[in-house]
Design a protein around this ligand. Structure first.
Ligand code: PLP
Length: 399
């Protein structure tokens, strides 16, 4: 990259320039092939340049790109019907991103209590280690100082407690509480799955206190864990859910799903978006769902997830000096590094494989959900080579 850039310098970027993608591979301008186990942070859920998605986008591009939401958009009705038929939800609002889906979820919960005559109930309980996006409300919900600093007063109405601590949740409830917002598996926080008891406890607390359970499944949803949504693993049903990332397979798309009851306050004029549910996004979103709902698709996520899990466990046994722990569900996996996480990521990259970092010194593996067992074995071998190279390096250092 050039020494000075006209771009905001908010990202620290790796000096890699990709020209095209094919399935689980990304190819640089120079023609080098990288095994992509980052998927642009869980976004390219069915791989790069999936022919069905490419065809759907091209076909829609020839018809109409954009329509205002003052008109009916059949693609929205079709995608919403398919999402509600496959989930707990009755109602859907389409957005362009995860943070916007969360904004809609938070507004839906607050507005629900407002419509019931309780405008004072606008507080949402959230959890340490959470990540919900970068808008002013979602950085307040996430509560991480590094994202809040310098941006003025933190938006009010978010009460944060330790992840996994039901007693702290109970203690935080007041007459002003509207709901509880949680990632069933914290993504950015370091691939930290909630325990089943914790998730069931949250549902029970919500039922006892008339609170809405809001799940952030922006990362864990749309098949990532081997179920359409991660909460299915826990046997817990939310009132409101935010989805994004994998739902558009690379086209900017998010969705807020809710039960009819939870969405009852969101009447005409209360919310809107210029681009949300745009025809191009709907064409691609429906195409993604065609693939994800195909017989055997989610089974493949579970099967290949298991291959990865077992392979990583064996690497952890052989390289305890590099890999401290392995965790996650399906194809949402975290390797807690025993070395600085940046070093492990670099070593993996040096073996022409892409992954992501997360909090708690974790390397995240989020491959396209179409990976095969053979791709998984290739990835495991590259991670092993990375671990081996780090071990050699530290041996040289101590020699
Ligand atoms: C990525 C992410 C978001 C924010 O999504 P954007 O599309 O970047 O706004 C919110 N919640 C979770 C759990 C995420 O992983």
């Amino acid at each position: 990259m050039a020494e000075t850039t006209p771009l905001y310098e908010t990202y620290s970027r790796a000096p890699l320039r990709f020209d095209r993608g094919e399935g689980v591979w990304l190819i640089t301008e120079g023609g080098e092939r990288y095994l992509d186990f980052g998927s642009g942070v869980a976004v390219t859920s069915v791989g790069h340049s999936h022919p069905h998605l490419v065809a759907a986008l091209k076909e829609q591009a020839d018809k109409v790109w954009h329509l205002s939401n003052v008109y009916e958009i059949p693609g929205q009705e079709r995608l919403a019907k398919r999402l509600t038929d496959s989930s707990f939800a009755d109602k859907v609002f389409f957005t362009n991103s995860g943070a916007e889906a969360l904004e809609c979820a938070i507004k839906t919960a607050r507005r629900y209590h407002f419509a019931k005559g309780h405008p004072e109930r606008y507080h949402i309980i959230t959890f340490q280690g959470a990540f919900h996006g970068r808008t002013l409300a979602t950085i307040a919900a996430g509560g991480q100082e590094k994202y809040l600093e310098g941006f003025g007063p933190k938006a009010p109405g978010f009460d944060q407690v330790p992840f996994g601590d039901l007693d702290a949740v109970r203690a935080a409830i007041t007459d002003a509480t509207a709901g509880i917002l949680v990632e069933p598996i914290q993504g950015e926080g370091g691939i930290n799955p909630a325990t089943p008891d914790f998730m069931k406890g949250l549902r029970q607390i919500c039922d006892e206190h008339g609170l809405l359970l809001i799940l952030d499944e922006v990362q864990s949803g749309m098949g990532r864990t081997g179920r359409l949504f991660a909460h299915e693993i826990y046997g817990v049903t939310p009132d409101i859910l935010a989805a994004a990332k994998g739902i558009g397979g690379g086209f900017p798309l998010g969705a807020c799903l809710a039960t009819a009851e939870a969405a009852s306050g969101m009447v005409a004029g209360t919310h809107g978006s210029t681009y949300g549910g745009n025809p191009l996004a709907m064409a691609v979103g429906n195409a993604v769902l065609d693939v994800v709902l195909e017989d055997g698709f989610l089974q493949n996520v579970r099967d290949v997830g298991l291959v990865m899990r077992q392979g990583l466990a064996s690497l952890k046994d052989r390289y305890p000096d590099i890999i401290q722990d392995v965790r996650g569900e399906g194809l949402m996996l975290g390797i807690k590094a025993a070395v600085p996480v940046g070093e492990l990521l670099q070593a993996i990259r040096a073996n022409k494989m892409l992954a992501m970092t997360a909090g708690d010194n974790v390397v995240r593996l989020l491959p396209p959900l179409v990976v095969t067992a053979q791709d998984a074995r290739e990835a495991l071998s590259r991670i092993e080579q990375a671990a081996e190279s780090l071990r050699m390096k530290s041996a040289r250092k101590t020699a």
